[in-house]
Design a binder for this molecule. Structure first.
Ligand code: FE2
Ligand code: FE2
Ligand code: FE2
Length: 167
C-alpha cells in the first residue's frame, strides 16, 4: 500500500469522525440556544462529508451495490466476531462498566445488521426485489428493524416511542 493510500484512509476516518462529531455538537448548541453556532457546526459537518466522500471515492471504496453489500457484511462480521468481543473483554478487565455497556449494545446490533445485509445481498444475487418497507432504529441502542417498531426494544428494552423511522 502506498503512503498516499494509507493517508487517504486516515483522512477518510478523520473526516467521517469530524462529520459525526460536529452534528452532535450542533445538537448540543441547539439545546443551549446557540442557533447560529449550531448552523456553523452543521455547515462544517456537511463540508467534512464532501471531503470524506472524495477521499473514499479516490480509494475506490464506493462500488456496485453488490460489492458494497459484501463490504458491509464483512465489516459488520468483523465488528461482532473480533472487534467488540475483544473490547468487551478489555472493558471487563479494567472495570470500565460504561464502556462495556456501550460496546455490548453496539455488538448486539451489529449482529442484526449482518443478518439484514446478508439477506439483502442474497436477494440481490437472486435478482429478487425486496418489499418496500420503512426501517425503524432504536435511538437508545441502534437496534434496526424492518416494517414496524416493536413495543419494546429486544436489545435495550426501550419503548416504541424511542424508535425513529428511516426511509
Ligand atoms: Fe474536512
Ligand atoms: Fe452496524
Ligand atoms: Fe434499543
Amino acid at each position: 500500500m502506498s503512503k498516499s493510500t494509507e493517508n487517504l484512509e486516515t483522512a477518510f476516518a478523520g473526516e467521517s469522525q469530524a462529520n459525526r462529531k460536529y452534528l452532535f455538537f450542533a445538537e448540543q448548541a441547539d439545546k443551549e440556544g446557540h442557533r447560529q453556532i449550531a448552523r456553523l457546526f452543521r455547515a462544517a459537518a456537511e463540508a467534512e462529508t464532501v471531503h470524506a466522500r472524495k477521499h473514499l471515492t479516490v480509494l475506490e471504496g464506493i462500488r456496485s451495490t453488490g460489492d458494497n453489500l459484501q463490504a458491509a457484511v464483512g465489516g459488520e462480521h468483523y465488528e461482532f466476531t473480533e472487534m467488540y468481543p475483544e473490547f468487551i473483554r478489555q472493558a471487563e478487565a479494567e472495570g470500565e462498566s460504561k464502556a462495556r455497556t456501550s460496546f455490548d449494545l453496539a455488538n448486539q446490533v451489529e449482529k442484526v445488521h449482518h443478518v439484514l445485509f446478508k439477506a439483502a445481498l442474497d436477494m440481490l444475487e437472486k435478482k429478487q426485489a425486496p418489499e418496500d418497507k420503512t426501517f425503524y432504529v432504536c435511538q437508545v441502542c441502534g437496534y434496526t428493524v424492518e416494517g414496524e417498531a416493536p413495543d419494546k426494544c429486544p436489545i435495550c428494552g426501550a419503548p416504541k416511542v424511542k424508535f425513529k423511522p428511516v426511509d
